[in-house]
Design a protein. Structure first.
Length: 644
């Protein structure tokens, strides 16, 4: 059973998602201001969230100034504008022309992607390079790749994209099985011309077909997999009212926009605040192949491609299983009109095994409680990869984030064992090594906004008078008092976590209430410090940054990242070395995976995942899950094997 809801047209809360009516009004206001021409495109339209103090002090019925950020691009001239539009006041509150050479280009347009094949098809150099390889221009698809920034004078200030070609011998074939390696095109998106063709290597085009549902990969479905049916006869335990969700003591609001996708707001447990705002604020995919044809492959799927706009319309039984509640997402298309994504956000409950259990002979008791979690998720497809973003809330007060990566591997021609930057996944077909790195922005509010943060390590104690047998170890808590001290690396060897506390609020034991951030501790950015991607993605060089809250500091790699040379975002945020003790704090956590592709991940990749956990530490007086009722045993089927 499913339920689907869209927002009502009336706005009830300062953080309410933009409605179709508001988006249409924004377009009208831009047009009325004389800023809309036939070549104007709306690159981004998103809510400008009100001041935190105003949100926390808001009461139902109070007037809210609804402001919307709009990024406009004139495709004919390349002129970019950054607007703040007051929907409430029917006015343009801010109008700034963006200097692309110094501030970066606006994110890429889908419309630009659709024009690439036609642009390169008209270039003589491109056609000759393909003909020399025995390929027809009409059978080659061009993958749109953000250009990066490499200090080339001929590229500064121009809106560019790079393309890599793939052979598609028929319209039903997977082009990624047939990379035309060693050939790169550079396109000026404003002029609509190819500015350079780099014919660098002449490598064989892999020939084996790459559809998983066609030879040589297609197989008959198994017949020994029995159905799993998830039923909740009384319905789900959560309630959704106008984007506000309540479940088992948890309460929060849902947000969604084109850049970040899903965001959670004002997470509270039994009325006590835990996190003011949580989102995946950025992701970058740096590739490891240093060859002349591929050294530039580094993609910011958040700020260059706006991964939220590629959210899938989810399907019951496939993407989500059980008693499902869907939320639609309303974004703006590139002409400024509302665009509805049906079933973009999925909410459901999952059984998650044991919550707690004990069998005790001393006081003759044996009890078990089952864990369940509330899942809030969306799935987006950015080119060849599909990413599922899952926020889990648990009965014991934990919050967990999991990102699931699937889709189709990015490919190259495999050059043999002497090329140590790719795995051969099919005959002659390589999959280059890369990373998937994410930045979670966690605006903490542990029982209020005045928080402090500690780094916590497990430290062995040397043998001595206090530890004569050598078995002692301690919990070392190091305060991170300033931003210069709060740029940290995970260390699994000491089980390092970071604890956010409210020094002014204590539990029944007199301990400051807190939550710990538990990292997975996988590698951060592996590229050398001298590399362009290191400068552009410096947020990804540390597992943790802590900053004092500033509403303008939303994006860890900076605001406009496309073709920006770098050094923006978090390095700029922390330059003032602000105090962090008893302050309104934001945690920026880098997590992700190093991907050495496996043959088992071709022709379609089983899910790989990464994430982190926020766990209560002293936030509750005792186990908060003592109130969970015992499960009924009547629904269990038993199978026994006896001996004769």
């Amino acid at each position: 059973m499913t339920a689907t809801s869209t927002r009502a047209s009336a706005v009830f809360h300062p953080l309410a998602r933009l409605t179709a009516e508001e988006i249409e009004k924004v377009r009208d206001l831009v047009a009325d201001a004389g800023m809309l021409t036939d070549t104007t495109r709306f690159v981004f339209v998103g809510l400008e969230e009100p001041d935190k103090g105003d949100v926390l002090g808001w009461r139902p019925g109070a007037e809210v100034d609804r402001r919307v950020r709009v990024l406009l691009l004139d495709r004919a001239t390349g002129v970019a504008r950054d607007l703040s539009v007051s929907v409430t006041g029917s006015a343009i509150a801010r109008d700034i022309e963006v200097d692309a050479a110094t501030e970066g280009q606006l994110p890429l347009l889908v419309e630009e992607f659709t024009e690439l094949d036609g642009i390169v098809a008209g270039d003589k150099r491109w056609a000759e390079a393909l003909a020399r390889r025995g390929l027809a221009v009409a059978e080659v698809r061009c993958a749109p790749m953000s250009a990066g920034a490499y200090g080339l004078s001929e590229e500064v200030g121009r809106r560019l994209i790079r393309v890599l070609p793939f052979h598609q011998p028929d319209p039903q074939e997977n082009p990624l099985a047939h990379p035309v390696d060693g050939l790169v095109g550079v396109i000026d998106l404003t002029a609509g011309v190819v500015t350079a063709v780099h014919d660098l290597l002449d490598l064989p085009v892999p020939s084996e077909r790459g559809r998983w549902d066609a030879p040589p990969h297609a197989v008959e479905p198994r017949t020994d997999i029995k159905p799993i049916e998830i039923t909740q006869p009384e319905g789900p335990s959560f309630l959704v009212v106008d984007d506000e969700v309540s479940w088992a003591g948890w309460r929060f609001r849902i947000g969604f926009d084109a850049r970040e996708g899903l965001s959670l707001h004002q997470l509270t447990h039994d009325g006590r605040s835990v996190v003011y705002r949580a989102s995946i604020a950025e992701m970058v995919v740096p590739y490891a192949d240093p060859s002349p044809a591929r050294y530039w492959q580094n993609y910011f799927d958040g700020s260059e491609y706006l991964f939220g706009r590629f959210a899938n319309s989810l399907e019951l039984g496939c993407d989500c299983l059980g008693e499902i509640h869907y939320l639609d997402a309303t974004l703006a298309d590139e002409m400024g009109h509302p665009q509805l994504i049906r079933n973009a956000i999925c909410l459901h409950e999952e059984d998650f095994g044991l919550l707690w259990k004990h069998s005790d002979v001393w006081f003759d008791m044996a009890e078990t409680r089952r864990q369940r979690r509330l899942v809030v998720s969306f799935v987006t497809t950015v080119g060849n990869y599909d990413y599922g973003f899952y926020w889990y809330l648990y009965l014991d007060g934990r919050i967990q984030v999991e990102v699931k990566a699937t889709g189709i591997l990015w490919t190259s021609s495999y050059r043999g064992a002497n090329h140590p930057y790719a795995t051969e996944v099919a005959p002659g077909l390589g999959a280059p090594f890369h990373q998937h790195l994410f930045s979670a922005r966690l605006d903490m509010a542990v029982d209020g906004t005045a928080n402090s943060v500690y780094e916590v390590d497990a430290v062995p104690e040397a043998v001595g008078d206090g530890n004569p047998y050598g078995n002692g170890f301690r919990r070392r808590m190091t305060p991170l008092a300033r931003e210069s001290e709060a740029q940290r690396m995970a260390d699994p060897s000491v089980d390092r976590v970071w604890q956010v506390v409210n020094p002014s609020v204590t539990n029944r034991l007199g301990q400051p209430v807190g939550y710990v951030l538990v990292p997975e501790g996988k590698p951060v950015l592996l590229a050398d410090e001298s590399s362009s991607i290191h400068q552009r993605a410096r947020f990804a060089t540390k597992h943790l940054w802590v900053t004092q809250y500033d509403p303008a500091q939303r994006h860890p790699a900076g605001d406009l990242v496309n073709q920006h040379p770098g050094a923006g975002g978090l390095p700029v945020f922390v330059a003032g070395d602000r105090q962090l003790e008893d302050q309104d704090l934001v945690l920026w956590h880098t997590f992700g995976m190093v991907h050495f592709p496996r043959p088992e991940e071709w022709p379609v990749m089983p899910v790989d995942s990464c994430g982190f956990t926020l766990a209560p530490f002293g936030f509750f007086d005792r186990n908060p899950a003592l109130d969970i009722p015992m499960s009924a045993a009547a629904h269990c089927e038993h199978s026994s094997h006896g001996s004769s």
